[in-house]
Design a protein around this ligand. Structure first.
Ligand code: KIV
Ligand code: ZN
Length: 445
């Protein structure tokens, strides 16, 4: 049976980045966008170009270099914003302009000070303008879940007629309930002329802890795009978490018979990379990506898991890329440990390529205490891009513009010097030492 395909729209770099303490610079956004590409998201919302020159540049650079997914840029429903978004997006292989305008009476009266008629006209005009620039236009009626439903239908109909190709239904303040949100999506499908031509999208915030449940309820009623973020970061209590939505659909296929194009084995590395960049740690009991998500401490549980993991695990750690906790990749790790981890991440290397990954790994491991999956994935990408040929080691070229020292205080940024092993700095572990057979074992098992 063909399962409906759900478009995964990742807004970690826009809505996620707006949350306190999660702002990212251009380089960091670019690095995360490359990881989101590896993860297989369909749409990357790269930023809000009118908001700052940094956001503009990030959207522009991501558009130029991340070519597979759709790249979206946010704009308020006015010409200046839309033109600026288009300027940043126009070199993308698949650009999308995302226009938003609040539609709830409370926002119209107190924030925008406009009437419903003015709102309708502004939305229509903005989408018409965006559609003249770009064939892919998303419209979001902000605070949709607190908007008068007949008016919401009227706005949706107007923007579809004006050229919107996706209509997003934001639960901006995390107020709705699953059944209610599902009903809203069903009403739109029943009442809005032309709705069958466009994609309906969910965008749920987590103020009542229901963002994922609401998103799934929307999907069950016909939404075919889900907006979400890695680790669920976002305004206030956050957005719907990408990993929770994807794995709920995978683990409970019986209830949610939908497909997403996510390479779930890259979930953990993506989560780690985000935490490393923002310095916002993942809460230990966070579903899927928290450090305790696959830990079993109670004796009865441990006994059960040892006998058969199915007793207490509904998915395997490997399916989301959680490493074998006994295996720590550091400067003492050998080739076998590295090869095994690469394989777990979906990259079984033959000898020559592994040599090159290992060469670069050793140099990097000398710099940082623990080599995370996100680092490894970047190394792998570089080696693949170079076709396995010898290339300058990590740290000498890029990709780790800053690395948190294990001993550094929170928020401290240490620029990476040229690799000590390459420059021959005292105390460094030489390349040849690492190639001894003796070190070819699984450290820490
Ligand atoms: O939560 C919200 O309403 C938004 C819109 C801009 C889509 O983030
Ligand atoms: Zn939002």
């Amino acid at each position: 049976m063909d399962r409906p395909r759900i478009t995964i729209f990742d807004t970690t770099l826009r809505d996620g980045e707006q949350s306190p303490g999660c702002s990212m610079n251009v380089q960091e956004k670019l690095r995360l966008a490359q990881q989101l590409d590896r993860l297989g998201v369909d749409v990357i919302e790269a930023g809000f170009p009118i908001a700052s020159d940094g956001d503009f540049e990030a959207v522009q650079r991501i558009s130029a270099s991340v070519r597979r997914p759709i790249i979206a840029g946010l704009a308020r429903a006015c010409k200046g914003d839309i033109d600026r978004a288009w300027e940043a997006l126009k070199d993308a292989a698949r650009p999308r302009i995302h226009v938003f305008l609040a539609t709830s009476d409370i926002h119209l009266k107190y924030k925008l000070r406009i009437t419903r008629e003015q709102c309708l006209e502004q939305a229509r005009e903005a989408v018409r303008h965006a559609a003249a620039l770009c064939s892919d236009v998303e419209f979001s009626p902000e605070d949709a879940t607190r908007t008068d439903v007949p008016f919401l239908c009227q706005v949706a109909e107007a923007v579809i007629a004006a050229g919107a190709t996706t209509v997003n239904i934001p639960d901006t303040v995390g107020y709705t309930m699953p059944e209610e949100y599902g009903q809203l999506i069903r009403t739109l499908l029943e009442k809005v002329a032309g709705i069958e031509k466009v994609t309906i999208s969910t965008h749920c915030h987590n103020d009542l802890g229901l963002a994922v449940a609401n998103s799934l309820a929307g999907v069950q009623e016909g939404a075919r795009q889900v907006e979400c973020t890695i680790n669920g970061i976002g305004e206030r209590a956050g957005n719907a978490s990408l990993e929770e939505i994807v794995m709920a659909m995978r683990v409970r296929r019986d209830r949610y018979p939908y497909e997403a194009g996510i390479a779930s084995e890259h979930i953990f590395a993506s989560s780690q990379m985000l935490a490393e960049i923002t310095r916002v740690p993942v809460q230990p009991n966070k579903a899927i990506t928290g450090r305790n998500a696959f830990a079993h401490e109670a004796g009865i549980h441990q006994d059960g898991v040892l006998k058969n993991p199915l007793t207490y695990e509904i998915m395997t750690p490997q399916s989301v890329g959680v490493p074998d906790s006994r295996l720590v990749l550091g400067k003492h790790s050998g080739r076998h440990a590295l090869a095994l981890r690469c394989e777990q991440l979906g990259y079984p290397f033959e000898r020559r390529e592994l040599d090159e990954v290992y060469r670069r790994f050793v140099v990097l491991a000398d710099r940082i205490k623990k080599v995370q999956d996100s680092h490894l994935l970047e190394l792998i990408e570089e080696v693949k891009a170079a076709g396995g040929k010898k290339i300058p080691p990590a740290g000498a070229t890029i990709p780790f513009a800053r690395v948190a020292s294990a001993t550094a205080g929170a928020g401290e940024v240490r620029p990476l010097p040229f690799p000590a092993a390459v420059s021959g700095a005292p105390g460094s572990i030489s390349f040849s030492d690492h190639h001894s057979d003796q070190e070819d074992y699984l450290w820490g098992v």
